[in-house]
Design a protein. Structure first.
Length: 238
């Protein structure tokens, strides 16, 4: 499948203002994602979808085309798949696979994009998303605490499902923001039998690739910026 990588990066952000262009290890945050996409052997073309002039200039300076994102697709309520569909239409529909990458994720394992595309092609599934182990924040250890401080299970009748050691917990995974790979048909909502919902564009047959815990850093806070900076600086001096 010919693959298009779409890097999504809005200009606005409430949690970390301007996070896509904040400096991380001496470079704009988004530059790390652009590099990762350009290194992917199975990606035929990379574009950046944005409403941010500074991000547009960065992309062009790195040899990547820009899709100007309309204001309606750059708001807090705009969806990822709407923005990706718009970019696909603007670029052309001669792609069988679309990789969606977030510009605010400067740290990913090497080869992650190719791993996702390979799984998509090998299995014939509709989508592949990257996950990491939940670690100590396991759903079995989720509880409800009321206004009086009373604790009860989030679900069921037994607190912590009766498990009090981390090694007794069943494997559980959470999306890490590293990569989403979908067929163009799934992104265009052409897969039959898929229920409505915000993740309908993932299609019917959904698969995952698993990354080591903490190997993807998604910038959602100032702390994330500092951690990503430290990790990338350490890599540079390794």
């Amino acid at each position: 499948m010919r693959t298009l990588a779409i890097i999504l990066g809005r200009g606005g952000s409430k949690g970390v203002p301007g996070k896509n262009m904040r400096e991380v290890a001496g470079r704009p945050c988004a530059a790390w994602t652009i590099d990762h996409a350009l290194r992917a052997a199975l990606v035929a073309r990379v574009v950046v979808s944005t409403d941010c002039p500074r991000l547009s200039a960065l992309a062009l300076s790195m040899g990547v085309d820009v899709v100007a994102r309309p204001a309606a697709l750059a708001s807090d309520t705009a969806t990822v798949d709407d923005a990706a569909r718009h970019a696909l239409r603007e670029v052309g529909d001669d792609f069988g696979c679309v990789v969606i990458l977030y510009a605010n994720v400067p740290v990913r394992p090497d080869g992650l994009v190719d791993r996702a595309i390979e799984l998509l092609a090998r299995t014939g599934c509709d989508s592949v998303q990257s996950y990491e182990p939940v670690g100590k924040y396991h759903p079995w250890w989720t509880a409800r605490v009321d206004d009086e401080g009373a604790v009860r299970p989030w679900e069921g009748d037994v607190l912590n499902h009766g498990a009090y050691r981390r090694q007794d917990l069943p494997a559980a995974f959470i999306p890490d923001g590293g990569v989403i790979a979908v067929t163009a048909r799934a992104l265009r909502m052409e897969i039959g039998g898929v229920g409505a919902g915000p993740h309908a564009f993932f299609g019917k047959d959904r698969r995952g690739v698993v990354n080591p815990e903490g190997s993807v850093i998604d910038i959602d806070s100032e702390v994330d910026l500092r951690v990503a900076d430290s990790v990338l600086m350490e890599r540079a001096h390794a």
